[in-house]
Write a protein that binds this ligand. Structure first.
Ligand SMILES: Cc1cc2nc3c(=O)[nH]c(=O)nc-3n(C[C@H](O)[C@H](O)[C@H](O)COP(=O)(O)OP(=O)(O)OC[C@H]3O[C@@H](n4cnc5c(N)ncnc54)[C@H](O)[C@@H]3O)c2cc1C
Length: 471
C-alpha cells in the first residue's frame, strides 16, 4: 500500500475535531494542524472586537488541547495565508491543504488567492463542506440567485436536509512537529466571557435540545427569560454545527412545535449565509437598490447615546448595555435596538452593523448583515419601511415587568413597574424618591418616537421616488 500523502489541515471557522470532514480527510496521513492569524483580517473594522477575540482565543486553546489528546497540536502562524500556506506546505512536503469551505465575500476572495498560490507550487487545495446543513448550490431559487424571502427558502431548503451519520473525531493524529507562534501576540488576554471549550458547547446543545426547546416557541421572544439556546457563539466558530443541532433534535423525525420553531431559526442562519453567497454585494450596501440613496442623519451624539445605552428608551438602553457587559444580546432586543438606531435616529444601518460586530461574541458577517438589513427594511423579507417598531410598545410586550430592563440598567431598578417603560412620565417627587431623576440620573428620551417616525417614512419614500425618477 502506498503511504498516505502528507497534508496541511487549515482551520478557520471550523474549530472542532468532531464531525469534521476536512480534518477526517487530512488525518488519513501525516498532517500539520494549522491556524493562520492574518493581520490584515484582524485589522478590519469588524474585527476590532476584543470580546470576540478573547472567546476565539479560548476556542483555539481548547482545540489545541483536543488535538494534543490525540498526539497532535495546533500550530499558529502569522501572516497572509496566501504566503504562509504554500511556504509551510512546501517545507513539510505536503501535497494538499484541507479546509472547510467559506461563503463570505472576504473568505471567498482569500481562498481564491490561496488556491492560486498553492496551485503554483503544485499543491492541491481541497475544500470540504461542514459549516452549513445544505450548500447554497442546492437551493438556487427560481432565478438561480438564491431566495430573497425566507418562507419559500425554508420550503426548498427543508427538502435538502438529510442528516448524515456523524464523523467521529480521529483517534490519533500523525502530526509533523514544527514551530508555532504564540496566540498571545495578537489576542487580548483574559478569560472569555463565556466558556469557550467544546465540552461546554456540547453540554449546552444537549441540555437545550433535551429540555428547554419544548418551551422555545412560547418564550423565545421574552427578553428576560433565558429561553433561547445561546449556541450562536459556538455556531459562529464551528465549535458545534447546525448539522449537530439537527441530529440533537432528532431530524428527520417529525418535530414538536418548540423544536420546529427553533429549527426555523437555525434555518435563518442558513438563509443569510446562502444570501451572502448568492449576493455578495449585500455585504456592503442595501440589497434592495431602491434603498441605497436614503439621506441618513448619522448625528454623532445620537450614535454615542445609542452605543452607550443612554437614549432614554429603557429597552433600547438595556439591549446596548447587555451588549457592552456580556457580548451577547437577546434577539428581540437586537431587533428593537437596531430598529431604533435606523428608524428613530436615522443612522445608516451599516454603522450599527459595525458597532454590533465589534461588540458581539457571535458577531458573524452573514447573520449580522442579514439582521440589520432586515430591520432596516433594505434586505430580505423586509418589513415594509413604513412599519416602524415602537420601542415603548415592544418593551411592554416583551419585558412586561421590566425585569430585563432593571437587570441591565441599574438607574431604573427602583422605578415602579407602571413607569418602567416610560420613566419620564414619573412626577418629579416620585423621581426623587426612586433615585431616578430624569435628565440627571437617567436621560430623557433623546428623540420623540412619533415625530421621528414621520421623518423616517418620508426619507425612505424620497429615496424610492428619486430612484424611480432615474431608472
Ligand atoms: C440586528 C441583528 C443582528 C444580528 N447579528 C447576529 C450576529 O452577528 N451573529 C449571529 O449569530 N446572529 C445574529 N443575529 C441573529 C440572532 O439575534 C442571534 O443569532 C440569536 O440571538 C443568538 O442567540 P441564540 O443562540 O440563543 O439563538 P436561538 O434563538 O437559540 O437560535 C438558534 C440559532 O439559530 C440562529 N439564529 C437564530 N435567530 C437568527 C436570526 N434571526 N438570523 C440568523 N440566525 C439566527 C443562530 O445561529 C442561533 O444560535 C442578529 C439579529 C439581529 C436582529
Amino acid at each position: 500500500m502506498p503511504e498516505p500523502p502528507t497534508s496541511v489541515m487549515w482551520f478557520r471557522r471550523d474549530l472542532r475535531v468532531d464531525d469534521h470532514p476536512a480534518l477526517s480527510a487530512a488525518a488519513k496521513g501525516p498532517t500539520v494542524c494549522l491556524f493562520v492569524v492574518d493581520p490584515s483580517l484582524l485589522g478590519r473594522r469588524h474585527h476590532d472586537a476584543p470580546t470576540r477575540l478573547r472567546f476565539l482565543r479560548g476556542v483555539l486553546e481548547s482545540l489545541d488541547e483536543q488535538l494534543r489528546a490525540r498526539g497532535g497540536r495546533l500550530v499558529i502562524r502569522y501572516g497572509d495565508p496566501a504566503v504562509v500556506l504554500p511556504e509551510l506546505a512546501a517545507a513539510v512536503g505536503a501535497s494538499s491543504v484541507h479546509a472547510t469551505r467559506e461563503l463570505t465575500p472576504f473568505g471567498r476572495r482569500r481562498d481564491r488567492r490561496v488556491g492560486d498560490a498553492l496551485a503554483e507550487h503544485g499543491i492541491e487545495f481541497a475544500q470540504h463542506g461542514g459549516d452549513l446543513v445544505v450548500p447554497p448550490e442546492l437551493v438556487p431559487g427560481p432565478e438561480g440567485r438564491g431566495y430573497r424571502v425566507f418562507t419559500p427558502f425554508y420550503r426548498a431548503w427543508s427538502k435538502e436536509v438529510f442528516p448524515a451519520p456523524p464523523l467521529t473525531a480521529p483517534e490519533a493524529l500523525d502530526v509533523i512537529d514544527i514551530a508555532s507562534d504564540s496566540l498571545a501576540d495578537a489576542f487580548p488576554s483574559g478569560p472569555p466571557l463565556i466558556p469557550a471549550d467544546a465540552a461546554s458547547a456540547a453540554a449546552q446543545l444537549r441540555h437545550f435540545a433535551e429540555r428547554e426547546v419544548t418551551y422555545y416557541r412560547e418564550e423565545r421572544d421574552l427578553v428576560a427569560d433565558d429561553a433561547t439556546s445561546r449556541l450562536s457563539p459556538y455556531l459562529r466558530f464551528g465549535v458545534c454545527t447546525a448539522m449537530q443541532v439537527a441530529r440533537s433534535l432528532g431530524i428527520p423525525q417529525p418535530l414538536d412545535l418548540g423544536a420546529e420553531a427553533f429549527w426555523r431559526q437555525v434555518a435563518w442562519r442558513e438563509f443569510f449565509h446562502h444570501l451572502m453567497w448568492w449576493r455578495p454585494e449585500a455585504a456592503r450596501r442595501a440589497l434592495q437598490p431602491r434603498y441605497r440613496g436614503i439621506a441618513w442623519d448619522n448625528a454623532p451624539e445620537h450614535i454615542e447615546a445609542w452605543t452607550t445605552g443612554r437614549t432614554g428608551y429603557p429597552l433600547v438602553d438595556a439591549a446596548m448595555r447587555q451588549l457592552a457587559d456580556t457580548g451577547w444580546v437577546h434577539n428581540r432586543a437586537r431587533i428593537v435596538a437596531a430598529s431604533f438606531l435606523v428608524k428613530d435616529l436615522l443612522v445608516d444601518w451599516r454603522i450599527g452593523e459595525r458597532i454590533f460586530m465589534q461588540g458581539l461574541i457571535d458577531g458573524d458577517p452573514a447573520n449580522n448583515n442579514g439582521g440589520w438589513q432586515w430591520v432596516a427594511s433594505t434586505g430580505t423579507d423586509a418589513a415594509p419601511y413604513f412599519r416602524v417598531l415602537n420601542p415603548i410598545a415592544q418593551s411592554k410586550k416583551f419585558d412586561p415587568e421590566g425585569i430585563y430592563i432593571k437587570r441591565h440598567v441599574p438607574e431604573l431598578r427602583r422605578v415602579p413597574d407602571e413607569h418602567i417603560h416610560e420613566p419620564w412620565l414619573m412626577d418629579p417627587e416620585l423621581q426623587r424618591r426612586v433615585l431616578c431623576r430624569i435628565g440627571t440620573d437617567y436621560p430623557a428620551p433623546i428623540v420623540d418616537h412619533a415625530e421621528q417616525r414621520r421623518i423616517v417614512v418620508a426619507r425612505y419614500r424620497d429615496a424610492t421616488d428619486a430612484r424611480e425618477e432615474t431608472v
